[in-house]
Design a binder for this molecule. Structure first.
Ligand code: AGP
Length: 612
C-alpha cells in the first residue's frame, strides 16, 4: 500500500527511482509520480501503473541527482492525476510524498484555505505540504524545522519525504506508523518504504522509528531527531535479504514462484529451531518469555486476513497440545472493542508484512493493558517486529505476490513449534508423543515437495471450473482454517466469489446454494472428523453439487463419492494444513491465470495494509 523511493547522491536519480517504484509495485497502487530537481523542481505524475509514468516522461528532461518518487493507493480522493504524489506546495517551493493518513486534514485544510491556500487535489497529503510551506514562511525556519513543527500538528500516520526547489543536496524524511528505511551507500542515500528498492545498492540501512525526522544531506552524515526535537543516534543495521529473492527466477509470476518455494520456506522457518534428533525445540526469540507463557491464563492471537487464518490453526494447536485457552481475534475488531486483557495474558500478533495498521493498533491496545506481546513476522525490522516485546521471525523470505502463500505456511510452521514447545514446558504431552511429532514435522518440507508434484490434476480442475461464479470450501477441525484460506485465495486473485465454512455448518444455510453448477471443495483428509466430513460430502452429492476433495494418498472412501480428488501425503492431523493448503493455492493460481487476471497485483488489493 503506497510506496516511497527517494535518492540523493552522485548518480542520476531517475533510473534509481523508477526501478525502485517497480520493486514496490507488489505493495499495490493506482497512480505513480516522481519529482526531480535540476535547474528547477519538476513533478511528473499519472494515474495507472509505473509503465504509464515511463510513457509520460519519455521526452522530458530527467536530469538530476536528487529526487523522490511514489506509488499511491487511494485513500482520500479518487486515483487520478491530481491526487497522485508528489504534491507541490502552493508556491511550488517544496515537493512531498506521503504514505499513511492525516486524520485531522479537514480542519488543517480549512485553516490553510482561510489563509489563502488553494488546493489542487482532494488529498490529505497536499494539506501537509502546504502546512510545511506555511510554517516555513511565517516562522522563518528551515525545511527540517518546518517539517518538525508541522508534524507536531498532525494527527494520524505518515511516512514522508520532502525536497525543496532551492536545495539540491537535502531530503527530509519522517515517519509515524508507516515504515521508512534509509539506505546508506558511499556518498549517497536511498529512502524507501521497505528495503526492496535499496538492496541492490547497499546493505547498510537505518529504520526510522515513530516520530523521528531524518536530515539526509549529500556528502554529510545522516542526522536524526524526534519531532519533539531530541537528537538520536542513527542505528545502522545490515540487511540479510538478497537480490535473487526479489526476482521471478524463471517463473511466470511471483505467486507461482512463492508457492514452489514452500518446501524451503517452511524448512527455513524451522531451521535451528526444530531438533528432532535431540527431541528439542529452541525458540531463541522468545526464550526470555517462556516462563510468562507457562504462567499465562490465556493466549489471544491478533491478525488480519491470511495471517488470521494461520492464527486459527494456532488456536487448534495450542489448545490441543499445550491445553491453554486461545482466542483468535480480527485485529480490526479487537482494537475497537473493550477486550478483557490482564497482565498475565499473552498476545500473539501475526503479520507477514509487520506493518498492518489494525494489527499494530491491537498490539498498542493490549500493551497499554499490560499484556505481553509476542510477534510472528516475516519482514525483519518491520514495525510489528519492533513494537512487540519479543518474537519469532518466519524467515520465509520476501513475499512479493499480493496473495499470501509461503508466508501462511511459515506462520503455521512457527505456531506449530511454539505450541509444541509450550506443551513440552507445561508437561501436557508425553515425551514419546512429542518426539514422534517432531520426527514427523521434520518430514513436512519433503511432503510439501511431493504435494507440489500433483499439478496435472489441479490444472484439469481449474480448466473445468474457471468460469463458474461461486465456490464453496468446506473443512472441519484443523481443515476449517484451510477452507477459509482456500476461499480467500480464490476470491483475491480470480475475483470468483468463494466462501469457506466449517463443513457441518453447511446445513445451517449455505446448503441452499448447492446445485449442479456449484463446485464444493472439501478438505477430507483421513484423520479427526473424517467420517463426519464424508457425511457432509454425501449431503452435497444428494443435492447434485460437484465435489472436489483434497484427500490423503490412497484414500478410497471419498474417491468413490467425489467428482474430483487431489491427493496429499499422509501426515499427522495437526500438520495437514501445511500440505492441504498447497493444492488450493495452485487451484486459485491456475484459475486466475486462465481468466487473464493480474495474479501478482490483483485489483484493489495492497500487500501491506498500512491504513485501517
Ligand atoms: C493475503 O493473501 C492477503 N493479501 C491479506 O489477507 C493479508 O494476509 C492481510 O492483509 C494481513 O497482512 P499481514 O500478514 O502483512 O499483516
Amino acid at each position: 500500500m503506497c510506496g516511497i523511493v527517494a535518492y540523493v547522491g552522485p548518480q542520476q536519480a531517475y533510473p534509481i527511482l523508477i526501478k525502485g517504484l517497480k520493486r514496490l509495485e507488489y505493495r499495490g497502487y493506482d497512480s505513480a509520480g516522481i519529482a526531480l530537481l535540476n535547474s528547477k523542481l519538476n513533478i511528473f505524475k499519472t494515474k495507472g501503473k509505473v509503465s504509464e509514468l515511463e510513457k509520460l516522461v519519455k521526452d522530458a528532461d530527467l536530469r538530476g541527482t536528487i529526487g523522490i518518487a511514489h506509488t499511491r493507493w487511494a485513500t482520500h480522493g479518487e486515483p487520478n492525476n491530481e491526487n497522485a504524489h508528489p504534491h507541490f506546495s502552493q508556491s511550488k517551493s517544496i515537493a512531498l510524498i506521503h504514505n499513511g493518513i492525516i486524520e485531522n486534514y479537514a480542519s488543517l485544510r480549512k485553516e490553510l484555505e482561510s489563509r489563502g491556500y488553494v488546493f489542487q487535489s482532494s488529498t490529505d497529503t497536499e494539506v501537509l505540504t502546504n502546512l510545511i510551506e506555511d510554517i516555513q514562511i511565517n516562522e522563518g525556519v528551515d525545511l527540517l524545522e518546518a517539517v518538525r513543527i508541522a508534524l507536531n500538528q498532525v494527527i494520524g500516520a505518515y511516512a514522508i519525504v520532502v525536497m525543496s526547489h532551492d536545495d539540491n543536496d537535502t531530503l527530509i524524511a519522517a515517519r509515524k506508523g508507516s515504515p521508512l528505511v534509509i539506505g546508506i551507500g558511499i556518498d549517497e542515500y536511498f529512502v524507501a518504504s521497505d528495503a526492496s528498492p535499496i538492496i541492490e545498492y547497499t546493505k547498510n540501512v537505518v529504520y526510522l522509528d515513530n516520530e523521528e525526522v531524518a536530515l539526509i544531506r549529500r556528502n554529510k552524515d545522516l542526522k536524526i531527531k524526534t519531532i519533539r526535537n531530541k537528537d538520536k543516534t542513527p542505528y545502522i543495521q545490515e540487511l540479510e535479504m538478497n537480490l535473487d529473492a526479489l526476482e521471478k527466477g524463471g517463473y511466470e509470476h511471483f505467486m507461482l514462484k512463492e508457492i514452489h518455494e514452500q518446501p524451503h520456506s517452511i524448512q527455513d522457518s524451522m531451521r535451528g529451531r526444530l531438533h528432532a534428533e535431540l527431541g528439542a525445540i529452541t525458540l531463541g526469540g522468545i526464550l526470555d518469555y517462556e516462563q510468562k507463557l507457562i504462567n499465562a491464563s490465556k493466549i489471544t492471537i491478533v491478525a488480519c486476513g491470511t495471517s488470521w487464518h494461520a492464527g486459527l490453526v494456532g488456536e487448534y494447536l495450542f489448545e490441543d497440545l499445550a491445553r491453554i485457552p486461545v482466542e483468535v481475534e480480527y485485529a480490526s475488531e479487537f482494537r475497537y472493542r473493550n477486550p478483557i486483557i490482564c497482565e498475565k495474558d499473552i498476545i500473539i500478533a501475526i503479520s507477514q508484512s509487520g506493518e498492518t495498521a489494525d494489527t499494530l493498533a491491537a498490539i498498542e491496545l493490549a500493551k497499554s493493558k499490560g499484556a505481553t506481546i509476542l510477534g510472528i513476522c516475516n519482514v525483519v525490522g518491520s514495525s510489528i517486529a519492533r513494537v512487540t516485546h519479543a518474537g519469532i521471525y518466519t524467515h520465509a523470505g520476501p513475499e512479493i505476490g499480493v496473495a499470501s502463500t509461503k508466508a501462511f505456511t511459515s506462520q503455521v510452521a512457527v505456531l506449530t513449534l511454539m505450541a509444541l514447545r509450550l506443551a513440552q514446558l507445561k508437561g501436557t504431552i508425553p515425551k514419546t508423543r512429542f518426539n514422534q511429532l517432531l520426527n514427523e514435522l521434520e518430514l513436512i518440507p519433503e511432503k510439501v515437495q511431493q504435494t507440489l508434484k500433483g499439478s496435472k490434476k489441479v490444472l484439469e480442475i481449474a480448466e473445468k471450473f474457471k468460469d463458474v461464479r461461486n465456490f464453496l470450501y468446506l473443512g472441519r477441525g484443523y481443515n476449517f482454517p484451510v477452507a477459509l484460506e482456500g476461499a480467500l485465495k480464490l476470491k483475491e486473485i480470480s475475483y470468483i466469489h468463494a466462501e469457506g465454512y466449517p463443513a457441518a455448518e453447511m446445513k445451517h444455510g449455505p446448503i441452499a446454494l448447492i446445485d449442479e453448477q456449484m463446485p464444493v471443495v472439501v478438505i477430507a483428509t483421513n484423520k479427526g472428523t473424517y467420517e463426519k466430513v464424508i457425511s457432509n460430502i454425501q449431503e452435497v452429492k444428494a443435492r447434485k453439487g460437484v465435489v472436489i476433495a483434497i484427500v490423503t494418498e490412497g484414500d478410497l472412501a471419498v474417491k468413490g463419492m467425489a467428482d474430483y480428488t487431489i491427493e496429499i501425503p499422509e501426515t499427522e492431523e495437526m500438520f495437514v494444513p501445511l500440505l492441504a493448503t498447497i493444492p488450493l493455492q495452485k487451484l486459485s493460481y491456475h484459475i486466475a491465470v486462465m481468466r487473464g487476471c493480474n495474479v501478482d497485483q490483483p485489483r484493489n488489493l495492497a500487500k501491506s495494509v498500512t491504513v485501517e
